[in-house]
Design a binder for this molecule. Sequence first.
Ligand SMILES: Cc1cc2nc3c(=O)[nH]c(=O)nc-3n(C[C@H](O)[C@H](O)[C@H](O)COP(=O)(O)OP(=O)(O)OC[C@H]3O[C@@H](n4cnc5c(N)ncnc54)[C@H](O)[C@@H]3O)c2cc1C
Length: 394
Amino acid sequence: MTTVLISGASIAGPALAHWLRVRGMTPTVVERAGAVRSGGYPIDVRGVAIEVADRMGVLPQLRAAHVATSALHVVDAAGRRRVSIAPGAVSGGAEAHDVELPRGELTSILYELTRNDVEYVFGDTMTALHEHDGGVDVEFANGPSRTFDLVVGTDGVHSTTRRLVFGPAADYQHHLGYHFAAFTVPNHLGLDHEAVLHNVPGKIVAINAVRTSPEVTALFAMASPELAFDDRDLDQQRQLIEEAFTGVGWETPRLLKAMWEAPDFYFDSVGQVLMPGWTRGRVALLGDAAFAPSFLSGQGTSLALVGAYVLAGELAAAGGDPAVGLPAYEERLRPFVGRNQALVAEGAGTLIPATRGKIWLRNQMFRLAPLLGRLSRGTTPIERAANSFTLPAY
Ligand SMILES: Cc1cc2nc3c(=O)[nH]c(=O)nc-3n(C[C@H](O)[C@H](O)[C@H](O)COP(=O)(O)OP(=O)(O)OC[C@H]3O[C@@H](n4cnc5c(N)ncnc54)[C@H](O)[C@@H]3O)c2cc1C
């Protein structure tokens, strides 16, 4: 039986583990964190990825975890609502079909689906890979070395697998001109199934309530050239946000204060991973590690789920032969990934308009969105891209 080491247990990793099991292979998942984490910012599963979730048998659980945001309010510096819309009006009126759930809840659902018949190793990471005719010898930071037939990196935008096998991050990570921070804060506005956002030119402050939770996710994002920051120095990163958003109105001062207490503060540049090839020999990349489209596309999770299905399917169709199965995975998936990565320009224009005039235009577009959605019968660019792939039967 083909043995596959998967590095990373978030979304792409557990989804791939499931499909490899279904196709008769033996996956092992190594995750750097000590456990899978629940909670986190809400992510979307839409288009073809809904079909993948259905085939995995987890769609009812995803629907049960749906955050069901009923209104998105745009407010001015004084907190007055300028526009309120149903989020589905922007994404194509397909809210009845799509699912939005906290990232960690999706991870937990996928982990529960696979944990009984997949080996998970938490609290470890690969440190070196040596490929030879018989497989890949893998060294770990903590555990003993092991040999696998294949290795798949699902370890995110800052993938260790990519660095070890394909080269430095700078070769593949493309800065899109923004930085962002996300963290959890108390739901002091009493938001109930709502999201609220406030813009100044080139900046957004948003809070998103996951159902009626006592906590909300705050998102700060700003246009900026690539900033030098230390990955491990969270206070330095908080300071960058503090400086950029001091003087911004609405709830911003209160959110900035809460940021310093937030246990899950996360800061990064907004970038896409663009690679000329996602596979090399017996090693492949999947999900954000290979083709992160950035959160501006809203499609990272869906690409990871569809990619997991295709990678396992092509590998099985090739009888476990990486020389055939891995290139076939890439060839089949690449056009779909390209169409979804191309969504970022529109996402940035909608979320972070660059000027006052563009903020005004965006608000007008939101006002007209329900009408435009009806006229276009729900076929917005994101819906078209999300549905632009037909799942092979395998
Ligand atoms: C603020 C924000 C909002 C977003 N909103 C959306 C959205 O609305 N819709 C959407 O579709 N997507 C959204 N995304 C993107 C989405 O989260 C990712 O595209 C998706 O999670 C990709 O999953 P993944 O499994 O490929 O990678 P990740 O979720 O990044 O997971 C990587 C995993 O690998 C582990 N890992 C890292 N390094 C190692 C190592 N060396 N060894 C072992 N394990 C390792 C990590 O701990 C993690 O568990 C958003 C992202 C952010 C940050």
